[in-house]
Write a protein that binds this ligand. Structure first.
Ligand SMILES: [Zn+2]
Length: 126
Protein backbone atom coordinates (compact mmCIF):
# COMPACT_ATOMS: atom_id res chain seq x y z
CA UNK A 1 0.00 0.00 0.00
CA UNK A 2 2.66 2.39 1.02
CA UNK A 3 4.80 1.60 -2.06
CA UNK A 4 1.95 2.44 -4.42
CA UNK A 5 1.71 5.89 -2.92
CA UNK A 6 5.44 6.51 -3.43
CA UNK A 7 5.24 5.59 -7.13
CA UNK A 8 2.50 8.12 -7.66
CA UNK A 9 4.47 10.93 -6.10
CA UNK A 10 7.52 9.92 -8.16
CA UNK A 11 5.58 10.43 -11.41
CA UNK A 12 4.41 13.81 -10.20
CA UNK A 13 8.02 14.81 -9.63
CA UNK A 14 8.94 13.88 -13.22
CA UNK A 15 6.40 16.41 -14.44
CA UNK A 16 8.54 19.11 -12.87
CA UNK A 17 11.40 18.38 -15.29
CA UNK A 18 9.64 20.36 -18.02
CA UNK A 19 11.08 23.52 -16.54
CA UNK A 20 14.69 22.37 -16.82
CA UNK A 21 14.68 22.24 -20.66
CA UNK A 22 14.90 26.03 -20.67
CA UNK A 23 18.52 25.86 -19.52
CA UNK A 24 19.49 23.70 -22.52
CA UNK A 25 18.77 26.13 -25.33
CA UNK A 26 21.14 25.69 -28.25
CA UNK A 27 22.30 28.21 -30.82
CA UNK A 28 20.91 27.14 -34.23
CA UNK A 29 24.03 28.41 -36.00
CA UNK A 30 26.90 26.83 -34.10
CA UNK A 31 24.87 24.20 -32.17
CA UNK A 32 26.58 25.22 -28.96
CA UNK A 33 24.69 26.03 -25.79
CA UNK A 34 23.64 29.65 -26.04
CA UNK A 35 25.84 30.49 -23.06
CA UNK A 36 28.90 29.36 -25.02
CA UNK A 37 27.84 30.71 -28.40
CA UNK A 38 30.66 32.47 -30.26
CA UNK A 39 28.60 33.55 -33.27
CA UNK A 40 28.53 37.17 -32.24
CA UNK A 41 32.17 37.30 -31.22
CA UNK A 42 34.46 39.13 -33.67
CA UNK A 43 36.94 36.25 -33.60
CA UNK A 44 36.32 35.16 -37.18
CA UNK A 45 35.51 38.24 -39.19
CA UNK A 46 33.65 38.01 -42.46
CA UNK A 47 34.70 39.72 -45.67
CA UNK A 48 35.47 39.17 -49.33
CA UNK A 49 38.41 36.90 -48.54
CA UNK A 50 40.95 39.30 -49.97
CA UNK A 51 43.83 39.97 -47.62
CA UNK A 52 44.94 43.57 -47.79
CA UNK A 53 48.47 44.51 -46.95
CA UNK A 54 49.37 48.12 -46.31
CA UNK A 55 52.18 50.16 -44.85
CA UNK A 56 51.15 52.61 -42.20
CA UNK A 57 53.10 55.21 -40.34
CA UNK A 58 50.31 57.36 -38.99
CA UNK A 59 50.46 57.91 -35.26
CA UNK A 60 53.54 55.77 -34.82
CA UNK A 61 56.19 58.43 -34.63
CA UNK A 62 57.05 57.93 -38.30
CA UNK A 63 57.89 54.28 -37.82
CA UNK A 64 56.51 52.08 -40.56
CA UNK A 65 54.37 49.10 -39.77
CA UNK A 66 53.04 46.52 -42.18
CA UNK A 67 49.31 46.00 -41.63
CA UNK A 68 47.53 42.84 -42.75
CA UNK A 69 43.75 42.99 -42.82
CA UNK A 70 40.99 40.75 -44.11
CA UNK A 71 42.43 37.32 -43.31
CA UNK A 72 39.30 35.35 -42.45
CA UNK A 73 40.79 33.42 -39.56
CA UNK A 74 39.74 32.93 -36.00
CA UNK A 75 41.81 34.52 -33.28
CA UNK A 76 44.19 31.61 -32.71
CA UNK A 77 44.81 30.95 -36.41
CA UNK A 78 45.39 34.64 -37.00
CA UNK A 79 47.83 34.70 -34.11
CA UNK A 80 49.66 31.79 -35.66
CA UNK A 81 49.83 33.52 -39.04
CA UNK A 82 51.05 36.68 -37.37
CA UNK A 83 53.80 34.73 -35.68
CA UNK A 84 54.87 33.24 -39.01
CA UNK A 85 55.01 36.65 -40.67
CA UNK A 86 56.97 38.20 -37.83
CA UNK A 87 59.43 35.33 -37.81
CA UNK A 88 59.85 35.47 -41.58
CA UNK A 89 60.51 39.20 -41.45
CA UNK A 90 62.73 38.91 -38.40
CA UNK A 91 60.77 41.52 -36.52
CA UNK A 92 58.08 41.98 -33.92
CA UNK A 93 54.46 42.90 -34.17
CA UNK A 94 50.99 42.43 -32.82
CA UNK A 95 47.79 40.62 -33.67
CA UNK A 96 44.67 42.40 -32.52
CA UNK A 97 41.02 42.66 -33.57
CA UNK A 98 41.56 40.61 -36.71
CA UNK A 99 44.51 42.73 -37.82
CA UNK A 100 48.13 41.65 -38.00
CA UNK A 101 50.76 44.34 -37.59
CA UNK A 102 54.35 43.59 -38.45
CA UNK A 103 56.90 46.18 -37.41
CA UNK A 104 58.76 47.76 -40.28
CA UNK A 105 58.04 48.01 -43.99
CA UNK A 106 57.75 44.39 -45.05
CA UNK A 107 54.83 44.64 -47.47
CA UNK A 108 56.55 42.77 -50.30
CA UNK A 109 57.79 39.97 -48.09
CA UNK A 110 54.45 39.63 -46.29
CA UNK A 111 52.52 39.56 -49.58
CA UNK A 112 54.84 36.90 -50.92
CA UNK A 113 54.37 34.76 -47.84
CA UNK A 114 50.60 35.10 -47.87
CA UNK A 115 50.39 34.27 -51.57
CA UNK A 116 52.54 31.22 -50.96
CA UNK A 117 49.94 30.08 -48.43
CA UNK A 118 47.15 30.45 -50.98
CA UNK A 119 45.70 33.79 -49.90
CA UNK A 120 44.37 36.31 -52.36
CA UNK A 121 46.48 39.33 -51.54
CA UNK A 122 46.17 42.96 -52.53
CA UNK A 123 48.33 45.93 -51.77
CA UNK A 124 46.28 48.58 -50.04
CA UNK A 125 46.94 52.11 -48.89
CA UNK A 126 50.44 53.61 -48.96
ZN1 LIG B 1 26.12 30.34 -32.02
Amino acid sequence: MASGKQRASGLAALGGLVYSTDAGRMCPTCRQPVAQCQCKAPAAPTGDGVVRVSRETKGRGGKAVTVVKGALLDASALGELGKQLKTACGTGGTVKDGVIEVQGDHCERVMQLLKAQGYTVKRAGG
